[in-house]
Design a protein around this ligand. Structure first.
Ligand SMILES: *[C@@H]1O[C@H](CO)[C@@H](O)[C@H](O)[C@H]1NC(C)=O
Ligand SMILES: *[C@@H]1O[C@H](CO)[C@@H](O)[C@H](O)[C@H]1NC(C)=O
Ligand SMILES: *[C@@H]1O[C@H](CO)[C@@H](O)[C@H](O)[C@H]1NC(C)=O
Length: 398
């Protein structure tokens, strides 16, 4: 059985926005009292900075996250499931050095995107700390083990499947509405940034979970991919109808090249041909579906992030990205450290920066940083129709 290890840690990063506002206020006051000739100029520009900071804080867009273990920040900690990452060595490089439920040695992709957009990382939706003003930062609905299809990850029992994540999204909007009023809640969602990462488990933890799986007897691979894409399209439309207007949608990585597949399916040390075929069929169709949906809507609501290409870059040339290996997981056991879970008893590499994979399935924090850098500034080879820095510039003007 292939189990997605999951670990979660609450991110309590204080960005000290308030401190910086105080700093500018006191700077403005001291400039005003010490200078006489130029005082009005300094006061005005100082005030502009103060106001800029306050406006930025009030307007920092909410960040909402949906999907699987690649983006789960701790929801599964609250559930009866084996898909969890809430014990050491998960979180070994996290600021608190404790496991939070993130499937990473340190920060995960949502944390790093939050840093880039200048906000706190949104709390897991099931966290009791997600209340009051924290709701305005956003929320993370992701749950390790889930897929596009309801029957993906059934072996993990109690996880938050996609339709349930969307129900929680509705509930979230009601809770925000109760806090700031329905009109403002609507605007918060309208102006939010959304990240959606799902699909890998529909192969790894469904179609290819066991030989002769129910889905593989029902569909050949090309038809299964078509089915996934048509179900995925419904999810995107549902998000749109719930008010989503900027959604980053990631593809899958090179599924056949993760340490878990090298350990279980590779014959000669190369990537698993069958899973590579799946990724090669799925990712381009996802991208065309997204472009098609945008055309129907008449707006670039959905942004396709080509995480397949981003991963492929460092899988094919790890040294160019500062990794010594993209085949061996930092934490695990067996060939390529690709078998079983990452636990206290596993092999653990001393320097996580040198490994593209943290555990048999999940990228290291260092790899996550490379991915998020491409999401921010990548060319259209990686981000279609545009990268996140362009989105931020566009949205700040409206
Ligand atoms: C998945 O489950 C939900 C809730 O049980 C249901 O509403 C939905 O139709 C299901 N989707 C599919 C494709 O069967
Ligand atoms: C929601 O966003 C769209 C585009 O991003 C904008 O045209 C529209 O006016 C917004 N609606 C509200 C109610 O803010
Ligand atoms: C982001 O995307 C735009 C449009 O594709 C591109 O011109 C730009 O070079 C990219 N990088 C940055 C840093 O904006």
């Amino acid at each position: 059985m292939q189990v997605h290890p999951v670990s979660f840690i609450h991110i309590q990063r204080s960005l000290s926005i308030n401190t910086s506002i105080l700093f500018w206020v006191s700077l403005t006051i001291s400039m005003a009292s010490y200078s006489s000739a130029c005082s009005s100029y300094w006061v005005i520009s100082g005030l502009a900075l103060v106001l800029g900071a306050i406006v930025h804080q009030a307007d920092a867009r909410a960040f909402l996250v949906f999907g699987d273990s690649l983006v789960d920040s701790g929801n599964n900690n609250y559930l009866a499931t084996t898909a969890r990452a809430d014990s050491y060595p998960y979180g070994i490089d996290y600021p608190t050095h404790q496991a939070t439920g993130r499937f990473s040695n340190g920060l995960n992709i949502p944390d790093l995107i939050s840093e880039q957009i200048g906000s706190e990382s949104p709390l897991p939706y099931l966290s009791p700390e997600l209340r009051g003003q924290k709701l305005l930062v956003g929320a993370n609905f992701a749950s390790a083990g889930i897929g596009i299809l309801n029957d993906t990850g059934i072996q993990f029992l109690n996880i938050i499947r996609m339709h349930r994540q969307l129900e929680y999204f509705q509930q979230y909007q009601q809770r925000v509405g109760a806090l700031i009023g329905a009109e403002k809640a609507k605007r918060l969602v309208n102006q939010s940034l959304i990240l959606l990462t799902v699909g890998g488990n529909d192969f790894v933890n469904n179609y290819y979970l066991v030989p002769y799986s129910a889905r593989s007897r029902q569909y050949d691979l090309p038809d299964y991919v078509k089915h996934l894409i048509s179900e995925y399209k419904k999810i995107l439309m549902r998000l749109y109808n719930l008010g989503a207007r900027r959604v980053l949608v990631t593809g899958t990585g090179p599924l056949g090249c993760v340490p878990a597949e090298l350990a279980t399916r590779s014959t000669n040390g190369g990537c698993s041909a069958e899973l590579q075929r799946a990724a090669a069929l799925y990712n381009p169709q996802l991208e065309s579906m997204i472009i098609d949906v945008n055309r129907k809507i008449g707006s670039d609501v959905f942004i396709a992030a080509n995480t397949h290409q981003m991963h492929a870059d460092f899988v094919s040339n790890p040294q160019a990205y500062g990794f010594t290996t993209s085949k061996i997981a930092c934490c695990g056991q067996g060939p390529y450290n690709g078998l079983g879970l990452c636990t206290l008893l596993s092999n653990l590499c001393p320097n996580r920066e040198l490994y593209a994979f943290w555990d048999p399935f999940h990228p290291s924090e260092k790899a996550n940083k490379i991915i998020v850098q491409q999401i921010m500034t990548g060319s259209t080879r990686y981000m279609k129709p545009m990268n996140l820095s362009t989105i931020m510039a566009l949205d700040s003007r409206t």
